[in-house]
Design a protein around this ligand. Structure first.
Ligand code: NAD
Length: 689
């Protein structure tokens, strides 16, 4: 078995390198090997200092996902951190790549930290429903102040090396060769005498009297039902007002409470589901040779997609129908890049590099030699077919062709080409430069090679790609369509828009369904329904939304939809309820008061039911892919694990019974319990099995 920790001693300095591919995690094996190596180095009289570093792409990516349930892992990490803090020799952490979780806690226990450009430092534990478990909630505030530390710990977000230097998390930043820089740091440090230990920093930052109360209020608002960020505030507060050992004990106690929570299990499930998408889909034998990408359509999506590829250092040719629309697209690219720099999402050098990688054109001839084309023109089958026919004639035989269609039949698009095996869907989510999710749509004749190439490109542009099959709306939009249809029915039955949206955000959704509909434009859903091949014929289908569109209320863009908008602020609009009330009368629907539980269950059961149908039809390969899609594309609460994981927690029979109770005489097919759901409930199975 290969060694997971390497030791070499050069001129009295021990270099200890963690080496645990492919994820560079702190597995139990790594922790044990580190412990014995550090003990060996500590007692070696020939060694004066230690440089702790990582092999491969990262210093250390944090805990091993598969071992999180094992409490000995957390205890071993605490032991290691304590050993490093009291180490009898100078210790310098040489940082590169990811320095996450336990990796950062180890680095913080060293006497100094040196990083190379591109290093990412963070405590992402809350993303797994956990707290830092080896002193992070005390040491990070000591190094960078309580406010900055709380921002990092409660969001789980990493910071870059420049910011880390600026706030004092690292001591030096170098352009290259971080090990050499760490050795130089050692050379400049006074050696510790044999009886000395690394001095422990006991200075605690001070905060104002209302500091933690303000943080608590803000967490109540922002944590969206999550427990770990709220407990992180408690841990930091306790850490800054107690002695070191009490602080560490309290952190461990709060950490254990999180570790045993249902939220932590759901979030860890979600993380493994994403990992399966990232690696489980890839056929290692195919690496895409994609160095240039053509994008057709310089509108909202085309511009953001161009930015995604260009940011990954892939050359982009952005084509639109005319010089005029192209110029608008390029202007929009400039302002999107400026906004990204202003928001700290990229620095100005990255923005310039991105801009440099994009070439605009209104001539399809310029797409002749690209490796991949992503079409993002209007959502209209005949427009897309004529574009694909043209691309097929023009592009090199090796070029693979993708469409960003939201709903349309990709088989019908592929059918106009002579290269059906090279046609597929790349369904990006808006804003494409921010959203991690990508549905890779395998059309009936898409070849394995094309699919593998698509997945390898997805990896390069750092998207979480889920492979899905062809149907109206694929996985995400197909489920979303039923979910919003049920919301529209609830409106006819007497619920108010705000009541529906509040019920769902209280449940944990990032936004309510009607606020989302207003944001994306009621007309886009309206147009999509007109193309829906199997749309229910019943007049009640999306009746409120259709009515609003017919009245010119298209959502935020017209400052009126399900709500009224003043400076983008949402307000209730009595006109809407009057309109829907009259329509309910006309349709003979008796309006009534609905409680939040009914709203939540009806909408979530609708999602689960359609998810089951999608699995039965093979449109999604795994239940966990559906969960990944909903968490990353539709604001489903990560701490509930996704709709299919949540179904298991409810019990599938309870979902079947709920659907029957709410819909004793189903109006729409989607309200009938799916055959697969019923079968699985009867067999006592779970989606996550
Ligand atoms: P958009 O209207 O903003 O942009 C479409 C662009 O395509 C326009 O600039 C138009 O000039 C150009 N165009 C039209 N016909 C063309 C042709 N024959 N050749 C070259 N350029 C042409 O639309 P959008 O919102 O960016 O959507 C584009 C595609 O992405 C659609 O298929 C849509 O369903 C899909 N999509 C949109 C979203 C979203 O939230 N907007 C999300 C996912 C997918």
């Amino acid at each position: 078995m290969p060694s997971v920790v390497e030791l070499q001693v050069i001129q009295g300095v021990a270099e200890v390198a963690m080496d645990n591919p492919p994820y560079q995690t702190l597995s139990n094996r790594v922790l044990a090997a580190l412990y014995s190596t550090l003990e060996q180095v500590a007692s070696d009289p020939g060694v004066t200092a230690l440089v702790l570093c990582g092999s491969g792409a990262d210093f250390c990516a944090g805990s091993e996902l598969d071992e999180l349930a094992d409490p000995t892992q957390r205890a071993s990490l605490r032991g290691l951190v304590a050993m490093l803090e009291n180490y009898p020799k100078t210790t310098v952490a040489a940082l590169h790549g990811k320095v996450h979780g336990g990796g950062l806690e180890l680095a913080m226990a060293c006497s100094a930290r040196v990083a190379v450009g591109g290093t990412e430092l963070g405590l992402p534990d809350v993303a797994l429903g956990l707290l830092p478990s080896a002193g992070g909630t005390r040491r990070l505030p000591q190094l960078i102040g309580a406010d900055r530390a709380l921002k990092m710990i409660t969001s789980g977000r990493s910071i870059g090396a420049a910011e880390a230097l600026d706030c004092g998390l690292i001591d030096a930043l170098v352009a290259a060769d971080v090990i050499a820089a760490a050795r130089q740091h050692v050379a400049r440090s006074a050696p510790l005498s044999a009886s000395e230990a690394t001095p422990v920093n006991t200075t605690l930052p001070t905060v104002s009297a209302d500091f933690f109360a303000t943080w608590r209020t803000s967490m109540e608002r922002r944590s969206g039902g999550q427990m770990a960020p709220r407990l992180a505030v408690d841990a930091v507060e306790y850490g800054l007002s107690s002695c070191r050992q009490d602080a560490l004990d309290r952190e461990a106690e709060l950490g254990e409470k999180c570790s045993h929570s249902a939220q932590a299990l759901a979030m860890q499930y979600a993380a493994s589901a994403e990992r399966i998408c990232r690696v489980g889909n890839l056929d290692g034998s195919v690496t895409a040779n994609v160095n240039t990408v053509g994008i057709v359509g310089a509108g909202t999506m085309g511009v953001a997609i161009a930015m995604v590829f260009a940011s990954a250092d892939i050359g982009v040719v952005l084509v639109d129908a005319s010089q005029d629309t192209l110029q608008k697209g390029l202007q929009s690219l400039t302002s999107t890049l400026q906004r990204a720099v202003a928001a700290g999402q990229m620095d100005s050098a990255q923005s310039a590099a991105c801009w440099f990688n994009v070439r605009g054109s209104s001539d399809y001839e310029d797409l002749k030699n690209v490796d991949l084309v992503v079409e993002a023109a209007f959502e209209d089958l005949s427009v897309k077919q004529s574009i694909f026919a043209k691309l097929d004639r023009l592009c090199d035989v090796k070029t693979i062709l993708a469409t960003n269609t939201s709903y349309l039949d990709i088989d019908a698009i592929a059918a106009v080409t002579q290269r059906r095996e090279k046609v597929f869907g790349m369904h990006f989510f808006s804003p494409a430069n921010r959203m991690k999710l990508l549905e890779v749509v395998a059309a009936t004749q898409t070849s394995k090679e094309t699919l593998s190439a698509a997945l390898s490109v997805a990896k390069r542009i750092d998207k979480i790609a889920c492979v899905v099959g062809v149907c109206f709306g694929f996985v995400g939009n197909r489920m979303f369509s039923n979910y919003t249809s049920e919301s529209n029915l609830l409106l006819l039955e007497g619920a108010e828009p705000e009541q529906i949206d509040a019920a769902m955000t209280d449940w944990g959704m990032a936004m309510g369904p009607l606020a989302v509909a207003d944001l994306s434009g009621l007309d886009s859903g309206y147009r999509a329904r007109q193309m829906q091949p199997d749309a229910p014929r019943d007049e009640r289908y999306f009746r409120p939304a259709n009515l609003l569109v017919e009245q010119g209320r298209l959502g935020q863009k017209t400052a009126a939809g399900f709500y009224r908008y003043r400076q983008r602020q949402r307000e209730n609009d009595g006109v809407v309820m009057d309109l829907i009330g009259r329509e309910a009368d006309r349709l003979g629907i008796a309006q009534r008061r609905l409680d939040p539980e009914e709203i939540q269950q009806r909408l979530i059961y609708t999602l689960i039911n359609e998810g089951a149908r999608i699995l039965d039809q093979g449109i999604a390969r795994r239940a966990s892919d559906i969960d990944v899609i909903w968490i990353n594309g539709y604001g489903f609460p990560r701490w509930r694990g996704g709709p299919m994981y949540h179904a298991d927690r409810c019990g599938l029979q309870a979902v079947v019974d709920g659907l029957k109770r709410y819909h004793p005489s189903p109006i729409f097919d989607y309200q009938r319990p799916a055959a697969k759901l019923v079968r699985m409930a009867q067999a006592g199975e779970n989606f996550a099995d």
